[in-house]
Design a protein. Sequence first.
Length: 521
Amino acid sequence: MTAIDSRAERSGSRLPSHFGWIYAALMVTMLLSALDQTIVSTALPTIVGELDGLSHMAWVTTAYILAATIGMPVYGKLGDLIGRRQLFLIALAVFVAGSGLAGFAQDMPQLIAYRALQGLGGGGLMIVSQAIIADLVPVRQRAKFMGPMGAVFGLAAVAGPLLGGWITDNHDWRWAFWINLPLGIAALVISAAAIKLPRKRVKVRFDYLGTALMAVAVTCLILLCTWGGTEYDWTSPTILWLGAVTIAAAALFCVVESRVAEPLIPLRMLRNPVFSIATLIGMIAIGLGMFAVISYMPTYLQMVYGYSATESGLLLIPMVVGMMLTAVTSGSLVSRLGRYKGFVIAGMVVMPIGVWLLSTLDPSTPVWLLCLYIGVLGAGMGLVMQNLVLAVQNAFPQEEVGTATSSNNFFREIGATVGVAVVGAIFTNRLTDALGGIGTDFGGAGAESITPAIVRSLPEALRDQVIDAYADSLLPIFLGLVPVVLVGTALALFLPGRKLREDDEHRGAAADEQPLEAATA
């Protein structure tokens, strides 16, 4: 494959040659990194049984998310300091290596360690891919390519469990990791041959202390959210200590970031109204609100409607379709109009409507209406997610795009972690009380061990009580999340509607000795 020339026409109307290959490689790597957050969910029972690791089961997922979250701001900052091409190839190589090793794991500690290695690479792929688009695509054209990249996360949320279940049922769970190898290696070859970005020759003064404090704060926060209400009571000494260390490490991190020459997450970015508002929308509305709804919808579909794990995954496809349609359409329109604010506001109006509609479900709701409600939610997300990233990138010079992008994604991931944990704790407490009030041992399974199969096997009268308990425990939480998402709607009204730049002067990272040339968009 011929290498692209990293030159850009000042008008900003043209793209690099071979951009289609580059974009395909970036999309594949983003899909792989997003898939690996969810693909093991349906394979976990088999993995746990084979590796004898029930007590460590949660860590198979937590290790990946923890490493990816910590890695995000590190990759973003390093990309701005030393250039993104080599960093992207390193992240992809680490991800592929972690995938191969995870498939060969012989016990749970090995699998958890290799999953952390995967996450360290996966976090970089998610961040650096978006920053490379900013390097190669003029800002006015960028929205049409960022939209589909955002929809990849919705696709992964649905496809991951389906693919993991199919692989486990028909092959071997190890292929849930090995499937990354051919695609990852192909993307690595294409990226190495096609992506040509300038290497920045600057003296790197990396923020090691800030990185260490951030890692401590994030680790303790994720452990707190993962263990709270499950492994330990929320008021237990372990959880309280984790909370105290999280607060202390975060406070020290802020002190360090205000004093070092090259902060990992520059606090001055918070003074930029576009960054602060877009990040708050992502953290509160999408992270705290939307991800929590998406995470618990499959549980509702299985326990209340009686669908299998595969069927509940398929019923989330309307969300992906809605996201794809609005993300691609809005991306093209934003590129044409040079404005993003109206689309963010529209999405933030549609999203709470979607959450409210889902809160009105009951066991008699027809499937077509359920799919419509899920599609409305996806349509709102498609209008918002990548347009927020675009807004943040447009608000900073090219030399800070990686840091700004990674910081925005980092806070959204933190919001999602907290949101899913809090909703899970509330749901568990409400459900435990509701099932306890029914007054039966559920065929000897106990309230904590009840499964969809057990629910389907219960006598009709008892089954109806259990179904009502699940619906009454979860749907009011969805209703309670509507005001949370509406906070994002209110914030969107204050998002500065800056016009996308027409010229290419901000693109310092791509302005090598040769200006960027390319195939017509």
